[in-house]
Write a protein that binds this ligand. Structure first.
Ligand code: ADP
Ligand code: MG
Length: 250
């Protein structure tokens, strides 16, 4: 039994099938990457795993920690230890970064039957982890993501992940809109979490560049709503040389 498994999934919107016969199996301690052309269903996959109600499953199962999670709510899945880093993180005008993080930490603790975190402990933890990601105190006090650059949003999202310590992290195009320096900082943050072999990662990306910074154990090529080829990190290099059509048709 895998830590995370998708079996024969057929899913999409109300009137369109996007994932069609999708299979994937991930063990603890593994980093998987999914690459694929635009519009092939990568973000849809991430959304469906996390329970976005916009999408419907018509066939198949999503198993996480020996449980079929496909009928659980977004919150229930998050409390089980799922985390999704969005391609485009949301902006929330009325809530500061630090308040949002505190809320997220306490929601998780509540689901685990724990008391709220003591304010000094929370501040100490945030300070250390934010500094590691180059996030200033000023940024922590600003409204969540409002007016943040692409790189700043990804840093905040990585901080959220570092603070929640999820068991399974799905990162959708975390390299989009990042310059090399920001990408390095965010990748370092992911690598720190990936050292703990009790968790697993699914990285969704277009480019091989991210995978030189976070080394995947498996690379999957997705096309037409399913995985069409699986290999090791070298598959990403082959893709860079041949292009999607070269790999998919070859
Ligand atoms: P990728 O992330 O691989 O670029 P997406 O998962 O975003 O692809 O989209 C896959 C296909 O499904 C696209 O054709 C997209 O327009 C369509 N799609 C995704 N989400 C929705 C939605 N909520 N409503 C209608 N079409 C959607
Ligand atoms: Mg996408």
């Amino acid at each position: 039994m895998s830590f995370f498994e998708i079996k024969d999934l057929v899913a999409g919107t109300e009137d369109k099938t996007i994932l069609d016969g999708f299979n994937l199996s991930i063990n603890k301690g593994e980093v998987h990457a999914i690459m694929g052309p635009n519009g092939t269903g990568k973000s849809t996959l991430a959304n469906i795993i996390c329970g976005n109600p916009k999408y419907k499953i018509t066939k198949g199962k999503i198993i996480f920690k020996d449980k079929d999670i496909s009928t659980l709510s977004v919150d229930e899945r998050a409390h089980l230890g799922l985390f999704l880093g969005f391609q485009n993180p949301v902006e929330i005008e009325g809530i500061s970064v630090i308040t949002f993080l505190k809320y997220a930490v306490n929601a998780k603790r509540k689901s685990e039957g724990k008391d709220k975190i003591a304010a000094p402990d929370f501040l100490k933890m945030i300070k250390v982890r934010a500094a590691a990601l180059g996030i200033s105190d000023e940024m922590l006090k600003r409204p969540l993501n409002v007016g943040f650059s692409g790189g700043e949003k990804k840093r905040i999202e990585t901080l959220q992940m570092a603070v929640l310590e999820p068991d399974f992290c799905i990162l959708d195009e975390m390299d989009s809109g990042l310059d090399i320096d920001a990408l390095k900082v965010v990748s370092d943050g992911v690598n720190v979490l990936a050292k703990d072999k009790s968790r697993a990662f699914l990285l969704i990306t277009h480019y091989d560049r991210l995978l030189t910074l976070i080394k995947p154990d498996f690379v999957h090529i997705m096309n037409g709503g399913k995985i069409v080829k699986t290999g090791d990190a070298n598959l990403a290099k082959e893709l860079e040389a041949k292009g999607y059509q070269g790999i998919i048709n070859g």
